[in-house]
Design a protein around this ligand. Structure first.
Ligand SMILES: [Zn+2]
Length: 255
């Protein structure tokens, strides 16, 4: 199974712009999709991805922000709470539950550039690098589960929410990633999802969904996205169960 995370991706940007996003358009025409509601608080990537990949509520996994510091990170990994700890072989790339992000059977050099940088050229670059590595993992990784999270949409939306033309360039970068990956999903089970949606920073603050820094124009929103060859789950707390059921019912090839 292939799980592609698009951090912070939202239908409110994608659906009105399908003319400029051909891969999203093709995915919506061919597969199932839904609004994936982030049903945990705070609405933040660390706890949301942790719930998505463990099935545990924040009160159980204890993650309220990114897990920082080497010791805390190692302790989290030792607990083996994530779905990739329960499959034969997994490749996991850049899941921002901790900083540095979680990687399994994968090395991400210069992770800050690929996960945190707010420079536009580095956002584009990080997506390009991950496209190459995701395709390599699918084709040559011999893995039961491939997980990769693209952080470009989250970073771009925090910076450029009030600049729709600039923002669209980053969605088009993600669309190119999906276009490249799409042929490699044929005949396989897959889930493309975001950990939360996005909105204007003022709305995030007003609803106390998450903290937003002064220099950020966009903030997190509970309504994210999901696309799959199987009808996808509708809230983040149900994603892990969905992945495990799909892995158990693996379709084999070609169907
Ligand atoms: Zn964010």
């Amino acid at each position: 199974m292939i799980v592609i995370g698009l951090d912070g991706a939202t239908w409110t940007v994608i659906k009105p712009a399908l003319g400029k996003l051909p891969a999203f358009k093709a995915l919506l025409e061919r597969f199932h999709h839904t609004t994936l509601t982030c049903d945990i608080r705070p609405i933040h990537s660390g706890p949301s991805w942790a719930t998505i990949f463990s099935g545990q509520a924040p009160s159980e996994h204890g993650i309220m922000h990114f897990v920082m510091g080497q010791e805390a990170r190692e302790e989290l990994l030792r607990k083996k709470i994530f779905v990739w700890d329960r499959v034969g072989r997994a490749i996991v790339m850049g899941v921002p539950i901790s900083l540095p992000p979680i990687n399994v059977n994968y090395r991400m050099d210069e992770w800050e550039k690929h996960v945190l940088s707010v420079r536009e050229d580095e956002m584009f670059q990080s997506t390009k690098m991950l496209i190459r590595d995701v395709i390599g993992a699918i084709e040559y990784g011999d893995a039961d589960l491939v997980v990769a999270v693209f952080s470009e949409p989250d970073r771009a939306q925090h910076m450029f929410w009030r600049e729709p033309e600039t923002l669209m360039k980053h969605y088009q970068s993600i669309d190119r990633a999906l276009a490249a990956i799409l042929p490699h999903l044929e005949g396989k089970d897959f889930l493309i999802l975001s950990d939360h949606g996005f909105t204007d920073a003022d709305e995030t603050r007003k609803n106390k969904w998450d903290t937003v820094r002064d220099n950020q124009t966009g903030g997190h929103h509970p309504e994210g996205i999901a696309i799959s060859n199987i009808p996808p789950p509708e809230c983040t707390s149900k994603v892990c169960g969905f992945i495990e059921t799909t892995l158990r019912n693996k379709r084999g090839d070609g169907k």
